[in-house]
Design a protein around this ligand. Structure first.
Ligand SMILES: [Zn+2]
Length: 74
């Protein structure tokens, strides 16, 4: 994902289903979903705003798909 392709940012609340676990690398709770334009359409990634660690499989068209990847890595 390139920052210039980013089209949307979504920051989940602590009490909602889409909440993201703290970053395993820097411990930050400032984790967001980022939507970007892929050649094949829009895709979602998860990015830590603390250290810029990300999960970006390149095929996630729904936020919960990257949420599963991020939260399972803990
Ligand atoms: Zn981090």
């Amino acid at each position: 994902m390139r920052m210039e392709d980013m089209t949307d940012v979504y920051q989940p609340k602590e009490d909602e289903d889409l909440k993201l676990l703290p970053c395993p690398f820097c411990g930050s709770h400032d984790i967001v979903y980022m939507k970007y334009n892929h050649a094949a359409g829009e895709r979602w990634a998860v990015v830590c705003m603390g250290c810029m660690a990300d999960i970006d499989p390149g095929w996630a068209q729904q936020k919960h798909q990257v949420q599963d990847l991020w939260n399972r890595r803990m």
